[in-house]
Design a binder for this molecule. Structure first.
Ligand code: CP
Length: 341
């Protein structure tokens, strides 16, 4: 191409952007934006139904089906709850983690995925340190892939369990969600937004139900650009002002493993953004306090707040099992006659 060709002319002749082919499999869950509100409602309803079902009946739903958990990053909540969820439905599970597998010898994600498929895995639950890894794995294996967190990108089942927690407190009994369900609700997400896949998936989900999402944190961890992430999302740098507007406050840890050399003054951070009992009582005495975990006590939240009466952090953990039962069931029944996707 001639170096003098005008850029505008090139743009006029640019081909239209093709619609994304992802997810290839109707049972996959790669992004919170994969789901219609009807799909979200269905998962919420199945989570409740499965949670209440007799375990002896429930464990026949996916009896002997094969679920692989492929974890390249450490996890306590997500890994354990996915495993308990799959086992609770009767599936056989196997865990492959990067530290005790041929991944250590240099095997690629593609080859590991194809190997798991050849071994009979019918769905793969993937946590990976690279953003986009779940999309690559799905494209290469064409299996239903459940994104259990990809780098700084997304964590869709966390957003679903967070939604279930918010609904239980602010809209009790509601499972069939609409674009109005969370109208009038402000959820503040506070801390390291830049590196947070939890923040991103919640930003993709909550505004679609009518919630206002306020992002709060210092410039190093929350670029101005984030305010343009979508409708219903705004930045409020003043933590106490954000608290005063919030019915739910989602605190995030600083992701030390992704800071890439960024130096933060932690004393200044705590002075401005730590959720203390005094701040909570003064500015948001009725809000629920959420955290995806792991918590760094004494940094983003005090121990008193984490263990206090407004904390719903362990409810979030419990909701993980029910939501992941629904998502694993969807993954494996989506293509079958009578599948529920
Ligand atoms: N919330 C969350 O993803 O926690 P884990 O890293 O322990 O799975």
């Amino acid at each position: 191409m001639s170096p003098t060709a005008p850029p505008a002319r090139r743009l006029l002749h640019a081909p239209p952007v093709a619609a994304s082919p992802f997810p290839y499999h109707p049972g996959s869950l790669l992004s919170a934006s994969d789901l219609s509100l009807e799909g979200v409602s269905h998962i919420l309803a199945r989570a409740t139904a499965l949670e209440n079902q007799d375990p002896l009946v429930r464990d026949r739903i996916l009896a002997k089906r094969r679920v692989a958990l492929l974890f390249y990053e450490s996890s306590t909540r997500t890994r354990t709850s996915f495993e308990l969820a799959a086992k609770g439905l009767g599936a056989d599970t196997t865990l492959v983690s990067s530290l005790s597998s041929s991944i250590e010898k240099g095997e690629t994600l593609k080859d590991t995925g194809l190997t798991l498929r050849a071994l009979g895995a019918e769905t793969i639950i993937l946590r990976h340190n690279s953003s986009g890894a779940a999309w690559l794995l799905e494209a290469e294996t064409r299996l239903p892939v459940l994104n259990a967190g990809d780098g700084m990108h997304e964590h869709p089942t966390q957003a679903l369990l967070d939604l279930r927690t918010i609904l239980a407190h602010l809209r009790p009994g509601v499972e069939a969600v609409t674009s109005e369900t969370l109208a009038g609700v402000t959820v503040s997400i506070v801390g390291d937004i830049l590196h947070s896949r939890v923040a991103r998936s919640n930003m993709l989900l909550l505004p679609r139900l009518g919630a206002r999402v306020l992002l709060c944190g210092p410039k190093e961890l929350l670029p101005e650009l984030a305010a343009q992430a979508g409708p219903g999302i705004a930045i409020e740098r003043d933590f106490e002002a954000a608290l005063r507007q919030s019915q739910a406050v989602m605190m995030l840890r600083i992701q030390a493993e992704r800071l890439a050399g960024l130096q933060l003054d932690l004393d200044e951070y705590k002075a401005n953004y730590q959720l203390t009992g005094l701040r909570l009582a003064a500015h948001a005495p009725a809000a629920i306090v959420m955290h995806p975990g792991p918590i760094i006590r004494g940094l983003e939240v005090t121990a008193g707040v984490a263990d206090g009466p407004q904390s719903v952090i362990l409810e979030q953990v419990r909701n993980g099992v029910a939501i992941r039962m629904a998502v694993v069931e969807r993954a494996l029944l989506a293509t079958e006659p009578g599948g529920r996707a």
